[in-house]
Design a protein around this ligand. Structure first.
Ligand SMILES: Cc1cc2nc3c(=O)[nH]c(=O)nc-3n(C[C@H](O)[C@H](O)[C@H](O)COP(=O)(O)O)c2cc1C
Length: 325
């Protein structure tokens, strides 16, 4: 067991640093590069619910003529889905680190049975990238959240491999929804996804996409919730995602209680080989502080372990205007 090794979703990772789902994890070449440069695991680019639905519904009824069946099936089958399953199998054959496919979904629909194919292709675990944009003002928060819970229940009944749910941070009560995942048997939660957001261009007076890559200061939206969620008395692993641009950022998430830390934007900006720099920084810091394993310091500063947990509850800037601190 190396110094950086951790457990995540019951899997042994040689480093807590995971390459998160994006185009960087959509080809075997990139996946191998991630492994060579020290990734603890890889989360494959998400397969979309629409693609799976299309796939399921285009598999034709049998004609009774095997040749015709073959022809129609081959002709109509969505290549993308087959390619995805092939990528999982290739990754499993060629890598020794865990391979975690991802499905992007927004309903609790019939696609869940497809997860069996993913498990059968050899996936070590599955990440569910689920986001339901609440655009219907008549729907309550509880009704919206039920979509997540229904989906998880169906999925849990279908597959045996560990499941991590990747969520956004816009929940009325994040800690409660994580509890709800836990009681339904979910092994991990990825906090948080970072979504496509609209921006406005003042010259063209038009809607444009906001920057797709994160900035370092975006960790601030996440750190509090990792610190609080990891302190709950439930056994659900937390994988931190958003705003990790250095080894130091990863250490902060680990100190707050994350079991693993996912990186994406920084690898787009600095190349996949930057994984080495991140791992080296964590090791150097551990040496300097006298920590021999990640478990020696993981969660040291979470809501339960920190001496002044109230700091996690502070939301207003009042102290900056008061005379005492
Ligand atoms: C170009 C790009 C593509 C992405 N595609 C996916 C995806 O398919 N599925 C997913 O769950 N997250 C996807 N993400 C989100 C990342 O996995 C990650 O959660 C997010 O970028 C925040 O991490 P970061 O600050 O390290 O970039 C994508 C991000 C980028 C920039």
């Amino acid at each position: 067991m190396g110094k950086l090794s951790v457990k995540y979703l019951g899997l042994d990772l040689r480093s807590p640093i995971i390459v998160s789902s994006s185009r960087l994890t959509s080809s075997l070449g990139h996946l191998k590069e991630a492994e060579e440069n020290g990734a603890g695991a890889v989360v494959l680019k998400s397969l979309f619910e629409e693609q799976i639905d299309h796939y399921i519904h285009t598999i034709p009824e049998t004609t009774g003529y095997p040749e015709a069946d073959d022809y129609i099936a081959n002709y109509m089958r969505s290549n993308t889905v087959d390619e995805y399953l092939r990528l999982i199998r290739n990754a499993k054959e060629n890598l020794s680190i865990p391979v975690i496919p991802s499905i992007n979904c927004y309903t609790s629909g019939g696609w869940t049975s497809f997860a069996k194919n993913i498990a059968a292709a050899g996936a070590d675990a599955i990440e569910i990238n689920v986001f339901f944009l609440p655009v219907d003002r008549k729907k309550s928060a509880a009704e919206s959240e039920k979509i997540y819970l229904d989906l998880i229940e169906k999925l849990k009944k279908t597959i045996k491999i560990p499941i991590a749910v990747k969520i956004g941070f816009r929940f009325s009560n994040i800690l409660n929804i994580i509890d709800q995942f836990y009681v339904r048997g979910i092994e991990g939660v990825v906090m948080f996804n970072r979504f496509y957001e609209p921006d406005i261009d003042l010259d063209s007076i038009d809607i444009i996409p906001a920057p797709i890559f994160s900035a370092e200061n975006e960790m601030r939206y996440v750190l509090r919730w990792i610190g609080m969620a990891s302190a709950q008395d439930i056994k659900i692993d937390i994988s931190a995602s958003t705003g990790v641009h250095s080894g130091g950022d990863a250490i902060k998430y680990l100190l707050a209680g994350a079991s693993s830390v996912q990186v994406c934007s920084v690898l787009y900006n600095k190349g996949i080989s930057f994984l080495k720099t991140i791992n080296a920084r964590i090791e150097d810091w551990m040496d300097a502080k006298g920590f021999r394993s990640v478990s020696d310091f993981r969660g040291k500063l979470n809501y339960r372990n920190y001496t002044k947990p109230v700091i996690y509850e502070r939301t207003q800037f009042m102290k900056y205007f008061a005379t005492e601190d």
